[in-house]
Design a protein around this ligand. Structure first.
Ligand code: DC
Length: 220
């Protein structure tokens, strides 16, 4: 019988470095990678595209239940208006419930028979996969995260100003951290990786050391 896939749960606020780290870890260990934020973004995007109010929990739950792979590939998912709608739909319990199954199936049976899965999000270590062997909570000071996001936007040719990016990030953080269901928070057994003063290589090295130590056969 094949072994249960290893799950690496990567949680943290926006622009803390989860995406870059998650993709590198998945490539390094040969695991499949899921950016769970895309699920919430896809729900938010469909709501906006269909002229629905993201605050309408019944409509959002229906959209979440009917999501398709095609929705996850929309080029518009990275837009800030979509990120904003995503934080609103993500606070509806029925939306979260509709998306649990997809994420747990990914963890239990990663695509292409990969021996493990890296899933990045907000509640992977606390709600989706509380039994995950490796949990990492990636964080950084909000000023640093806002500067990273500003650079990312400018690199994509999107005109932006720092104060606006910072304000948006603080608003989104507050919504993710303060919602009553599955709020953004580190699991008790998560390794806390603060990337405020780390570059991507240093964060990657620390994460690999942690995962390797957790996966030693003598650890239960
Ligand atoms: O990671 P991201 O910025 O793409 O996520 C977009 C929004 O989706 C984020 O503000 C909160 C929500 N989200 C969530 O509630 N739970 C997750 N596991 C992933 C994302």
């Amino acid at each position: 019988m094949s072994e249960k896939p290893v799950v690496i749960a990567l949680d943290g606020p926006a622009a803390a470095g989860k995406g870059t780290l998650g993709r590198r870890l998945a490539a390094h260990f040969g695991y499949a990678y899921l950016d769970s934020g895309l699920l919430y973004r896809a729900v938010g995007w469909r709501m906006l595209t269909d002229g629905l109010d993201p605050a309408d929990s019944d409509a959002a739950a229906a959209v979440a239940a009917a999501l398709t792979e095609e929705d996850l590939n929309s080029k518009e998912l990275r837009e800030d208006r979509v990120a904003n709608a995503a934080t609103i739909v993500a606070a509806h319990p029925a939306v979260r419930q509709a998306l649990v199954g997809y994420q747990r199936r990914f963890a239990a049976a990663p695509p292409r028979d990969a021996p493990g899965a890296v899933i990045d999000g907000r509640d992977i270590g606390t709600v989706i996969c509380p039994e995950a062997r490796c949990k990492i909570f990636v964080d950084a000071h909000v000023d640093v995260r806002a500067r990273r996001r500003l650079k990312e936007l400018q690199d994509r040719g999107v005109e932006s100003i720092y104060s606006r990016v910072l304000r948006d990030m603080e608003e989104r953080d507050a919504r993710d951290r303060n919602r009553p269901i599955a709020p953004l928070a580190p699991a008790d057994d998560a390794f806390q990786l603060d990337t405020t003063e780390l570059d991507a290589d240093a964060a990657f090295d620390l994460a690999v050391d942690f995962i390797t130590a957790r996966n030693k056969p003598d650890k239960s």
